[in-house]
Design a protein around this ligand. Structure first.
Ligand code: AMP
Ligand code: GLY
Length: 424
């Protein structure tokens, strides 16, 4: 069987790595892939990126199904294009992807269906936005409506920062169309968790829970990033909270989309804020898997992912159960110098250890050039350790990180701190 994975990050490497463990696989194509997928003999990189060209490739190569990693092709309608050609693909349509591609769509949707989220209002002009900020005070959160590659959210701790964010997005148009409207919302305090499920339009299959580390530096300091590390499971999501999130957030979302006439298919990721009383609110939806959450989640998945995906694209997610490695998986991101603002490219990467039963390194911003691995993007590697405790998973991950070298590497040394604190 041949499968196509669309994307080039650590998430896509992890998905392709897991799919490749299936005995039924002939070839897995990754478009465009990275240095890690280039090095794996079971995977084959292809340079196509245009959705139409990918659909033609999938048709010509008799690809059994396609899995899409990133949000940009989903928001551009890759699923619509594939389905129009009768091709199987796992992801949301362009219409359903609005849950991620428009914050205003997501907020209006949540309000309409009674899904817990921060109070908010959407603005297209600066004057009423400034007035709203003055009325509500700080801290307050300013979000660009559209996709802004992680740069669209400002958590303003004071009024000046909030007003500046409005001027940057709405006034100076710094984010282009993505910032043509802004959502201004109530600041929520608490601890974040990533809650990711697979949806086939009707049935919902939850994946293992996880937690990300968004800030660049230790102790959650420094600028926001795409994610500097993640682990699974997230102990904050107790079985009781899991059941509540399914009942109060995930099921109403899937049912609400169906009621609105937009069937949701694909990965659905609710970014949760959990307050001190254990109540969860939705910070955002993503209509894809998280990066780097996918890397530890895939490292723990024991069920054949090809079979899971077949159930997903055929609408049978109610007839499969997922089995997970009971160990903790903890992924540490090694980022390029200058990330997130201006990642420095071109450094040579050495020392990546071979995969073992308790460590695996997924590539993101890497390329294989004349047999050498080079840095090509912001997040370079995600090194995953597995262990019977958070501490041992952390040790396995950092032992491997310490063997790897590239100039300018930025690494957080405290991935997993919340889980460690909780267990003491
Ligand atoms: P988002 O892309 O909406 O998840 O926002 C990015 C990050 O900003 C989140 O992961 C949170 O850390 C933070 N954030 C977003 N919305 C809020 C909020 N209402 N209150 C506090 N922090 C928030
Ligand atoms: N790690 C957060 C995200 O994928 O959006």
């Amino acid at each position: 069987m041949k499968i196509l994975v669309v994307g080039s990050g650590g998430r896509e490497h992890a998905l392709a790595w897991k799919l490749a463990q299936s005995e039924r696989i002939q070839t897995i194509y990754v478009a465009p892939g990275n240095g890690g997928t280039a090095l794996d003999g079971r995977l084959k990189n292809i340079t196509l990126s245009d959705p139409l060209a990918l659909a033609e490739f999938a048709k010509a190569e008799h690809i059994s199904f396609t899995v899409v990693g990133p949000e940009v092709p989903l928001a551009a309608g890759i699923v619509n294009i594939f389905r129009d050609k009768g091709l199987k693909i796992f992801g949301p349509t362009k219409e359903a992807a609005q849950l991620e591609s428009s914050k205003d769509f997501a907020k209006t949707f949540m309000q309409r269906h009674g899904i817990p989220t921060a109070r908010s209002q959407t603005f297209a002009a600066t004057a009423p936005a400034h007035a709203y900020i003055d009325t509500h005070g700080a801290p307050i959160v300013i979000k660009a409506d559209g996709l802004a590659a992680g740069k669209g959210v400002v958590v303003a701790m004071d009024l000046q920062e909030a007003h500046d964010a409005v001027d940057m997005m709405l006034g100076d148009n710094k984010l282009g169309d993505a910032g043509a409207r802004v959502v201004i919302e109530e600041f929520l305090a608490g601890e974040e968790a990533s809650f990711i499920v697979m949806v086939d339009g009707k049935n919902i299959l939850p994946l293992a829970t996880s937690q990300d580390h968004k800030r660049l530096r230790d102790h959650d300091l420094g600028p926001n990033t795409g994610g500097m590390g993640a682990y699974s499971p997230a102990p904050i999501v107790t079985p009781e909270l899991h059941a509540r999130v399914m009942r109060e957030i995930i099921q109403p979302t899937v049912q609400g989309m169906a009621k609105d006439g937009i069937l949701f298919t694909g990965f659905l990721y609710a970014g949760l804020m959990i307050d001190e009383h254990g109540n969860a609110k939705t910070l955002e939806f993503n209509c894809r898997m998280g990066d780097p959450e996918t890397q530890p989640i895939m490292a723990r998945l024991k069920t054949d992912l090809v079979t899971v995906m077949e159930h997903a694209v055929n609408g049978h997610l109610d007839t499969i159960e997922l089995k997970w490695d009971r160990r903790t998986a903890l992924g540490v991101v090694m980022a390029a110098g200058g990330y997130p603002d201006a990642p420095v490219k071109g450094a040579q990467i050495t020392g990546i250890p071979a995969e073992t039963a308790d460590t695996v390194t997924f590539h993101a911003g890497t390329a294989l050039e004349n047999g050498h691995l080079q840095v090509t993007g912001g997040r370079v590697l995600c090194v995953v350790g597995l262990g019977d405790s958070v501490k041992s998973a952390q040790k396995h991950a950092y032992d491997a990180v310490d063997a790897i070298h590239f100039d300018g590497a930025q690494v957080r040394r405290d991935i997993g701190w919340r889980a460690l604190n909780r267990k003491h």
